[in-house]
Design a protein around this ligand. Structure first.
Ligand code: HSE
Length: 306
């Protein structure tokens, strides 16, 4: 059996009001996992492209997800896999890197072993893997696997619904030169949310989904606020307020922290993306923070064999 290589795209989750339940896959950056059969049962990580990525299969999301696939397929005692992980996504950046490795690991294992698992089974495997390193949420893994924008309405069992993103809309990512570990950013989340905030958040998420589907700039503008996670996490993101203000002044429809950050994601009309990217980088610079931009589109395909 030959090697199978799977590419899994980066994802932005939350996007303002969709904390833990909305994510979008984007073009241009992603992780690749190569899997091949091995003699010994179990999953081994043979190579990683970055020294900081653990090769310990109990701490590597690609290996954890591949092992979860073996287990769900009832093959953990007989099948062995060797993985090679190539990170294209930055670490601890909020671009869905741990989910991308997990999804690529799950799909690569499934393809090499030709299991009968469904895509939802693969999603469960990826979410289980990600939970070990960063917390249990599927708003990165689901869009990464299925492509496009996705609402995750439940985890047990996973309930995933695609959201169409109008072709007039594009994405801009700006990553400041510091890292935020998702597990740390989840520790500061509020255990409870005041009713008015919950209602406001639900209403804005509805507006955002409508705005994305219709390509309605005004709806997106009114929708992209988060009153649950971002206020608590604000101290983790130096330069974000300045960058956000600059991006909105340059024509971004909305700017939000991408996942647990520190990357920020802007939704913008496609033709304004470059100007928005420049303004966001400039906003960080004014706060004394170096940052780099990535102009992207929605990746409508999701994880795929390459
Ligand atoms: N929705 C998750 C969070 C994404 O904000 O913690 C983490 O990547």
């Amino acid at each position: 059996m030959g090697e199978v290589a799977v590419f899994a795209p980066g994802t932005a989750s939350n996007i303002g009001p969709g904390f833990d339940c909305l994510g979008i896959a984007f073009t241009g950056l992603g992780d690749t996992v190569r899997a091949s059969r091995a003699g010994q049962p179990g999953v081994r990580v043979a190579a990683v492209s970055l020294e900081r990525i653990p090769t310990d299969p109990l701490r590597n999301t690609a290996a954890l997800a591949a092992a979860a696939v073996l287990k769900r397929a009832g093959l953990e005692r007989e099948a062995g896999l060797e993985l090679r992980v190539e990170k294209g996504l930055p670490l601890a950046a909020g671009m869905g890197g741990s989910a991308a490795s997990a999804v690529a690991g799950a799909l690569a294992a499934h393809e090499v072993l030709k299991t009968r698992l469904t895509r939802i089974d693969l999603l469960v495997a990826a979410v289980e893997a990600e939970a070990v390193v960063s917390g249990r949420h599927a708003d990165n893994a689901a869009p990464c696997l299925f492509g496009g924008a996705v609402i995750v309405a439940g985890l047990d069992p996973p309930e995933v619904t695609p959201v169409r993103v109008h072709e007039s809309l594009g994405l801009v990512f700006v990553t400041p030169a510091y890292e935020v570990a998702t597990a740390e950013a989840r520790k500061v989340l509020p255990a409870e949310v005041p009713r008015a905030d919950a209602v406001g958040q639900a209403a804005r998420l509805a507006l955002l989904v409508l705005g994305l589907e219709r390509g309605d700039a005004d709806l997106v503008k009114r929708a992209m606020w988060d009153h649950i996670a971002e206020p608590r996490r604000a101290p983790l993101y130096p330069g974000y307020p300045q960058a956000r203000t600059a991006g909105l002044e340059a024509g971004a429809l909305g700017v939000a922290v991408s996942g647990a950050g520190p990357t920020l994601v802007a939704l913008a009309l496609r033709e304004t993306r470059k100007a928005v990217a420049a303004a966001l980088v400039d906003g960080y610079a004014k706060a004394g923070v170096e940052a780099r931009a990535h102009v992207a589109e929605v990746d409508t395909v999701g994880a795929r064999v390459v």
